[in-house]
Design a protein around this ligand. Structure first.
Ligand code: ADP
Ligand code: ZN
Length: 625
């Protein structure tokens, strides 16, 4: 067997995705590798395929219990002998697993890093034939990363205690340059092949919406996406509870998740979501780590998160199966206040000195600011994200709201100049509210108290409204003509670029979205982007067949006590509707159907298809091929 046979036989795929093959080749030739690939890119395949080709065992270090369970379930379904060893097992279960492992029962064993230093595990490992050690979520080893786990440092010691050094492969979705160096250095990778694939997730559609009523927006959205699975993230537990009640009152099958629920409730709700019994999850950011549900079709952020790091990670839980999915952020100016409040009340890490605390606070402010600009930019959202993460994207992606909607452009350079001279006049000492209020000539007490009435700029932009002025200031912030200080005063300052604006004849263009006619709201944009939505691929007969296959999958999932997506992904069911296989040979051509899965479930799906079609091949999809 070679890597292609393994890929087809166990995983049912007929080709590798970007980056996978290079990493697999590196590993198979005995080199250490580091793969940095975004969520959903398919990191697991990169070590699972070589694991099946190596003579010995592959140990996978993973930080999350739920993730291990999911992976092991999926592997077992695919006919791979795998097991996990972590604190969710009892002592006697662990001993038993290790006994079986020592007897060569498992090709792949997932372990938590803490386990590595236990006597029992170590003595197993010393006596075993270990071909490869894989470090998943490798950024956890770096103190500079977001979720440093001291227990990851034990990996190095562990490797040193093995009789023979195995191949070491490490994977992560997020690594800055420093974290990358840390991984290589701390893990002691030897001349590793380092492969970084782009962070772009082409199947994700991005949008920032500013609906007046977020609740109604969400309810409408879910109504238009019935029978699809999605996550709605809220900033606080209170928001989660309130929205949850509203959705339930609307008869929506929703579940909720936050740190205020009991462990039992959380577990149950999470399971209901994973098993698609309640396909909509409303949650705080406590939810999602280690959730590997591949058919999440949308992630809506009810509130703006604190940073793009958080946003991209949470939004990235959509569309892991590679199918079209939507990431929508519902923005309101209030979100900035909520987040600042959360920052102010963030639990301080006791180990930090006052200076470090200050530095962290400044970093957080900076991140929040960049997040806010994302919500305000009239340009391509994907390009904004990629640039933030240090990559270059095209100025037009064609699959985000800003690329798809029409804008009216207005040259506001004159007004911008006035704003600049106002800020200069007050010697750059105030924030956006005071400046905008002052320019609009507002006579609130605060402005009087500050003595604003006596400045030349006072009321100079009348009769413009304060909100309109703020819009232009925001635009200037996004364009880098102004910045706000990273403290709680958030004072508006002028950048160097603004100082030389007139020399360069730079214009400030305000792009305002053209009002869409009510009835078509959102539809126009989505049509263009929805090339691979199920309903765009399959015709009505095809969708009906899809429903039947899905029901069958649910039934099997119940029998097997497995999440449905582990049986077959949605994409696989769609491909069955397109190919309409009548026998084993045809069924094996369907993406995601491997030898083993066919043997377990293939016949049942075949007979479902035969029954629906009466054995007559129909065309269930639009388009040529
Ligand atoms: P990551 O760990 O990088 O977030 P996963 O390993 O969970 O991503 O893979 C994401 C999804 O992509 C899974 O459903 C997986 O089965 C699928 N996948 C991975 N590689 C391929 C491939 N070569 N062809 C088709 N699907 C793939
Ligand atoms: Zn775009």
């Amino acid at each position: 067997m070679d890597k292609f046979d393994v890929l087809k036989k166990y995983f049912g795929y007929s080709g590798f995705r970007e980056g996978q093959e290079a990493l697999i080749d590196g590993i198979l030739s005995g080199r250490d590798v580091l793969g940095i690939m975004p969520t959903g890119a398919g990191k697991s395949i990169c070590y699972q395929v070589p694991a099946l080709l190596f003579p010995g065992i592959t140990l996978v270090i993973s930080p999350l219990i739920s993730l291990m369970k999911d992976q092991v379930q999926a592997l077992n379904q695919a006919g791979v002998h795998a097991a996990y060893i972590n604190s969710s097992l009892s002592e006697s279960q662990i001993s038993k697993a290790l006994r079986l492992a020592a007897a060569g029962q498992y090709k792949i064993i997932y372990v938590a890093p803490e386990r590595l230093e236990t006597y029992e595990f170590l003595s197993f490992a010393k006596g075993a034939d270990i071909s490869m050690l894989t470090v998943d979520e490798a950024h956890c080893i770096s103190q500079w990363g977001q979720d440093f786990r001291p227990s990851y440092l034990k990996i190095v010691q562990f490797i040193g205690q093995l009789g023979r050094r195995p191949v070491i492969s490490a994977f992560t979705a997020t690594a800055t340059e420093t974290v990358k160096e840390d991984i290589v250095c701390v893990l002691g990778l030897q001349e590793p092949d380092v492969l970084v694939t782009g962070f772009d997730r082409k199947n994700l559609y991005f949008a920032v919406e500013t609906p007046r009523k977020k609740d109604s927006y969400v309810i409408n959205y879910i109504g238009e996406h019935v029978s699809e699975s999605g996550i709605i993230y809220c900033a606080t537990r209170k928001n989660v509870d309130a929205l949850y009640e509203k959705l339930c009152a609307e008869g929506i099958q929703a579940a909720r998740y936050h740190a205020g629920l009991t462990g039992e409730e959380r577990k149950q709700n999470q399971e209901d979501f994973i098993y698609d019994t309640r396909p909509v999850m409303i949650a705080t950011n406590a939810f999602g780590m280690g959730i590997d549900k591949s058919n999440v079709r949308y992630v809506i952020h009810y509130n703006m998160p604190q940073s793009l790091e958080n946003y991209y990670q949470e939004a990235g839980r959509a569309g892991r199966d590679g199918g079209k999915a939507e990431c929508i952020l519902l923005y309101s100016a209030q979100d900035v206040m909520i987040n600042r409040f959360l920052l102010d009340n963030k639990e301080q890490n006791g180990e930090y000195t006052a200076e470090e605390t200050e530095a962290v606070r400044e970093r957080d402010e900076e991140r929040l600011k960049k997040m806010t600009y994302y919500c305000m930019t009239p340009h391509c959202l994907r390009e904004y994200i990629l640039r933030y993460f240090g990559e270059k994207g095209a100025a037009y992606c064609g699959n985000c709201l800003n690329c798809l909607r029409e804008f009216v452009e207005e040259d506001v350079t004159e007004t911008a100049m006035r704003i600049l001279s106002c800020i200069r006049e007050v010697r750059q000492r105030y924030g956006i509210n005071v400046i905008a209020g002052m320019l609009a000539g507002d006579d609130r007490a605060k402005l009087r108290e500050y003595g604003m009435f006596s400045y030349r700029s006072y009321g100079i932009l009348k009769p413009m409204r304060e909100v309109e002025i703020k819009q232009i200031i925001n635009q200037m912030l996004v364009e880098g003509l102004l910045f706000v200080t990273n403290d709680k005063y958030a004072i508006l300052k002028i950048t160097e670029r603004a100082e030389i604006m007139s020399e360069n004849d730079e214009r400030v263009i305000l792009r305002k979205p053209k009002e869409e006619p009510k009835a078509e709201k959102g539809a126009a944009g989505k049509k263009a982007s929805a090339g691979t939505r199920r309903s765009d691929i399959l015709n009505s007969r095809g969708l009906e067949l899809f429903e039947q296959l899905r029901d069958l999958r649910s039934a099997i999932a119940k029998e097997e006590n497995m999440p449905p997506y582990i049986i077959f992904a949605d994409k696989t069911l769609v491909d069955m509707c397109v190919r309409v296989p009548f026998d084993k040979k045809e069924m094996l051509k369907v993406t995601g159907v491997g030898e083993n899965k066919f043997n377990r479930f293939g016949e049942r799906f075949l007979s479902c298809i035969r029954e629906y079609t009466g054995g007559v091949r129909e065309k269930f999809y639009f388009g040529e091929e």
